[in-house]
Write a protein that binds this ligand. Structure first.
Ligand code: URA
Length: 434
């Protein structure tokens, strides 16, 4: 078998065999297939696409390229959750303890963020003492004891994706549904969960700007799950404006705690209920989405989700007083308001621009090596549909340094579109793919 022939066949739009795909992935990890060959192949995939079978083969070849986590020591059906990423996306911080409080074991591996804010792991590090590095045994024991754990990805998980993703990033080949679907699903499969619920975001602040593309990605990932024997459900949700009000690490932790206390933003609560319903259904804890939703609401109202978060934080060495009194979380030195230039209604908030403003303040990493400032970020005061008077604050910048403040302020102000008419709000959830 030769890489050359595989590239050529894909370039001509032919369907590759399982063996050809395995050969390519193994060869790439071992170094026998070069970067330039893999880049040429990825470009051919971008242009010609892949069948569901080829995509499932690619997913499994990548999932098997390194360590695979064995979660069989955890009792019950383990469900994982994954978001394709958005601005102000603190869903996991609410969902993991809430779903666990309803009886479904949640073993969540999370990454660090490269983007507008940190990932879930970075956010949790706002809590002093919180340990994100758990050994596989500690991870399993904690899920059995507490019901949930969130840990950083350890070991050599899916090295084929690490290498291929870095290559795609610099060869204009990120933007391919089969490549994105196999990249995400290979990590979920190697992570060992029995079932996966995906939050596929669509809109200005998402990977998938276009709704049809988001549905195609969701359908592709559900199909991969079916091919490889894992149950997968996907919720396609709106990411035109940020989720909730807070964008920034500790700010998002505080908002997640508020949500678990029952006083969170409605959009954040709703997306957690919809994703959580699917998680409970796939875990076999609830017979259908509707009864799952009722269970989640009961747990939320009774404070069981919040108690579970406290338990999880304690189990991972974190100081639980930060959850009971979020005022103790890291805070920025100064709050700079951004005022409305005119009266009217907020018609749109470009989530990407809000995310960039938060990142400029230090909430996110521009490179893998950058340090994150946990206290800084953006808090929206107005969201789409809200009336606003000229001069009223639209949003706040939470800042620790003057560096890039002007740029951040400009980006944040520019993110808002204000008009005379109140426009119909777009739906929060576009649909469910199972
Ligand atoms: N996220 C991933 O993990 N992989 C992709 O290819 C795109 C987004």
């Amino acid at each position: 078998m030769r890489a050359y022939d595989i590239i050529y066949r894909k370039r001509m739009g032919q369907e590759l065999t399982t063996d050809e795909i395995r050969f390519l992935v193994r060869g790439y990890v071992s170094g026998e297939v070069t970067d330039y060959q893999m880049a040429a192949w990825a470009m051919a995939v971008c242009i010609q696409g892949m069948t569901p079978r080829e995509t499932a083969d690619l997913t499994m070849a990548m999932a098997e390229s390194g360590d695979q986590i064995d979660l069989s020591g955890i009792r019950g059906r383990k469900v994982d959750k994954h978001s394709t990423g958005g601005v102000g996306d603190k869903v996991s911080l609410v969902l993991v303890p809430l779903v666990a409080a309803c009886g479904a074991p949640v073993a969540k591996m999370s990454g660090r963020g490269l983007g507008h804010t940190g990932g879930t792991i970075d956010k949790l590090e706002s809590i002093p003492g919180f340990r994100v590095e758990l050994s596989p045994q500690e991870f399993i024991d904690q899920v059995n004891r507490v019901g949930c754990a969130v840990a950083g990805q350890s070991g050599n998980l899916v090295p084929a994706d690490k290498k291929l993703y870095a290559l795609r990033d610099v060869t204009a080949t990120v933007d391919s549904i089969p490549l994105i679907a196999s990249s995400i699903m290979s990590k979920k499969i190697a992570g060992g969960a029995d079932a996966v619920v995906l939050d596929v975001k669509a809109g200005a602040g998402a990977f998938m700007k276009d709704l049809d593309q988001a549905f195609r990605l969701a359908e592709m990932m559900v199909a991969i799950g079916r091919e490889v024997g894992r149950e997968v459900a996907a919720v396609v949700s709106n990411m035109d404006q940020p989720l909730g009000y807070a964008v920034g690490n500790a700010l998002e932790v505080a908002e997640a705690i508020e949500t678990l206390r029952g006083f969170g933003p409605k959009d954040l609560e709703e997306i957690c209920l919809q994703l959580g319903s699917q998680m409970l259904r796939l875990a076999g804890v609830a017979p259908d989405g509707e009864s799952a939703r009722k269970m989640l609401l009961r747990a939320l109202r009774a404070g069981h989700g919040l108690n579970k978060l406290i338990e999880m934080v304690e189990a991972q060495g974190g100081d639980p007083s930060y959850i009971r009194q979020p005022i103790k979380l890291p805070r920025a030195k100064r709050i700079v308001p951004v005022a409305a230039p005119r009266s009217g209604y907020v018609q749109a908030i470009d989530a990407l621009e809000v995310g960039v403003a938060a990142m400029l303040l230090g909430a996110g990493r521009e490179t893998k090596e950058s340090a994150i400032d946990l206290g800084v970020g953006v808090v929206l005061r107005k969201k789409v549909g809200d009336p606003v008077e000229a001069g009223e604050p639209l949003a706040e910048l939470h800042v620790n340094s003057e560096r890039r403040l002007d740029e951040a302020r400009e980006r944040l102000a520019g993110a808002y579109r204000i008009g005379g008419e109140r426009l119909q709000e777009p739906p929060l959830v576009y649909g469910l793919v199972t």
